[in-house]
Design a protein. Structure first.
Ligand code: AP5
Length: 217
């Protein structure tokens, strides 16, 4: 099984990925996480991507696709089941993923599209806090930690993502609305698209993804 998690910033792609990878034994590939790791490691890709991500813009299709290929290659001998979180985001990336699916002989992915209103997305992103140590995610509005600023799991400090500020969020949403239409239309026309309400509680969304996948596969 291969899955793509598609949806606007803050729609719950990362949250659902954590639930799905354990249940379906998928290898999680998040382009956002990989780019943030490259920034922390100060690689050439990270140095090029840093300001782009902070502004809320997209890293170039070519750079992010090269990165994805280099992530799949060493894993492919061990698995043929991937969860692509945050890729593709543009019609060019959709075509690039078609090439990678063929290159690495993967089955065509089911594409989960999580729908959430912009108003809720803004609250989710401005309220998001991530543990600096164990990376657990909290939300000061929807799922607050027991003690403000402290991780319930490992007591590590909770931090905001640098692109979770109002200006970057607004740009991320603008770009999502500009780029997503053709991607959704193409996957819909191929019968690969599963659209779900992403505003329901995480466990409900997860159960609905499971039900939809059992029909898809
Ligand atoms: P990326 O890290 O992928 O960010 P994003 O797409 O903006 O999505 P987020 O991580 O903000 O949100 P999410 O959908 O994972 O939601 P989450 O589960 O965390 O990308 C970052 C940047 O990298 C991009 O802007 C771009 O610059 C670059 N990039 C990445 N991929 C790229 C690509 N392919 N091409 C070019 N550039 C790329 O949830 C959010 C919050 O909501 C959390 O607080 C969570 O607890 C809460 N929440 C989640 N689900 C629910 C629920 N059901 N009910 C209530 N609260 C919920």
């Amino acid at each position: 099984m291969n899955l793509v998690l598609f949806g606007p910033p803050g729609s719950g792609k990362g949250t659902q990925s954590q639930l799905l990878v354990g249940h379906y034994r998928l290898t999680h590939i998040s382009t956002g996480d990989a780019l943030r790791a490259a920034i922390r490691a100060r690689t050439p890709l990270g140095l090029a991507a840093k300001a782009v991500i902070e502004r809320g813009e997209l890293v170039s299709d070519e750079m992010v696709t090269d990165m994805l290929r280099s992530m799949i290659r060493p894993l492919r001998e061990q698995t043929d089941s991937f969860l692509f979180d945050g890729y593709p985001r543009t019609i060019q990336q959709l075509h690039n993923l078609d090439v990678l699916v063929e290159e690495f002989t993967l089955t065509r992915p089911a594409v989960i599209n999580l729908q959430v209103s912009d108003e809720t997305l803004v609250l989710r992103m401005t309220g998001r806090r991530i543990c600096a140590e164990c990376k657990n995610t909290f939300n000061v509005y929807f799922s607050p930690p027991k003690n403000a600023g402290v991780c319930d799991v490992c007591q590590g400090p909770l931090l905001k993502r640098v692109d979770d500020n109002v200006e970057s969020i607004s740009e991320r949403l603008r770009i999502y609305h500009e780029q997503s239409g053709p991607v959704l239309a193409e996957y819909e026309s191929r019968g690969q698209l599963i659209t779900l309400d992403g505003t329901e509680p995480s466990q409900v969304v997860f159960a609905k993804i499971g039900a939809a996948l059992s029909e898809f596969y």
